[in-house]
Design a protein. Structure first.
Length: 323
């Protein structure tokens, strides 16, 4: 019996050669290489959107604090009065906890103790998701202090009144001219300001923004850049424990210093104390910033210095529209 035509056709089929398999693998590899950046970009877009939500939530909490207390929180909390007044080191992120759905955590805060005291171990060590930017790598986690990815702006001048560096060249009268002020400022004679103090306009003044949590200033009390740590009186007061509110806009976003190139990340040890004290993030190209009116803008790292300085000041009379 002669084989059918179907059987003859089947006998002529052959397997793929090695060359053909390699070509297919190469094509798949090229497709993956083309798609991977798009996937990564989509993931970063999602993270940045979540970051915007966090910044917006913190800004709204500050608005609620202002509505209840008729003022924004200062860079530090304090108790007592006159010569007995003590600055405990709790930053502006503490008073807004009740408006961040963290009332139970806020209830553990002992205002009569420094933030570094054992009585406040819980409030300073609990990581609050809304205080963390999803794009930032929180490397080298410190069990006793939770890390944050955001900071509030104190203005366009160096905020530490000579306690650390004096090389910024800013005149002292420009210190703490932002939405959040230092209650120890002998120049301001006040512990905090209200939202209506933004005389340049609420849409023309920065309130808070991204701050890479990994920035480290070596002489400071470890760990710096924490969620709730301000200037701790129990450290002796000579070197501040850098907390999240103490940042300013005298230098460009993501400014480089110390021979580094590119955006600073959470693994870099910063040894200077000028350019790094500005808002920065792990978002490509810039940072998310909230304005006093609650709007959130993505500010490009190429934004002119003078524009950033005007946006950082609440009442200099020089209005600069956010890009």
């Amino acid at each position: 019996m002669r084989p059918s035509l179907h059987c003859v056709q089947q006998s002529k089929r052959r397997a793929f050669t090695l060359v053909e398999l390699l070509v297919v693998i190469a094509i798949i590899g090229m497709l993956v290489a083309l798609l991977l950046p798009a996937v990564q970009a989509a993931r970063e877009a999602s993270r940045r959107a979540q970051c915007v939500s966090h910044v917006k939530q913190i800004a709204l909490a500050l608005h609620q604090h202002d509505a209840v207390h008729k003022q924004l929180p200062g860079t530090e909390t304090s108790y007592g009065s006159g010569s007995l007044r003590t600055f405990t080191g709790g930053s502006a992120f503490i008073p807004i906890l009740p408006y961040m759905e963290q009332q139970s955590l806020f209830a553990t805060y002992n205002v009569k103790r420094a933030i570094g005291h054992a009585d406040n171990a819980q409030i300073r060590s609990v990581a609050i998701p809304a205080y963390r930017c999803p794009s930032m790598a929180f490397a080298g986690a410190e069990p006793n202090y939770a890390w944050s990815g955001y900071a509030m702006t104190t203005g366009s001048g160096y905020p530490h009144f000579g306690k650390c560096c004096t090389g910024s060249g800013q005149p002292k009268e420009t210190y703490h001219n932002g939405a959040i002020v230092d209650p120890k400022s002998s120049l301001l004679k006040k512990t905090s300001v209200s939202l209506i103090a933004s005389l340049d306009g609420s849409s023309n003044t920065f309130l808070l923004g991204d701050m890479d949590a990994g920035l480290i200033y070596p002489p400071a009390v470890a760990p710096p850049d924490t969620v709730l740590c301000g200037v701790d009186v129990e450290t002796g007061g000579t070197v501040p424990c850098y907390g999240c509110p103490l940042w300013y806009d005298f230098y460009p976003m993501n400014a480089n210093q110390g021979g580094f190139s590119g955006v600073f990340n959470a693994d870099r040890l910063i040894t200077g104390c000028d350019e790094w004290v500005t808002f920065r993030s792990d978002h490509p190209g810039g940072v998310n910033m909230a304005l006093v009116d609650g709007a959130v803008r993505f500010i490009a790292e190429t934004t002119a210095d003078v524009t950033l300085q005007r946006l950082a000041q609440r009442d200099d009379g020089e209005t600069g529209a956010a890009p």
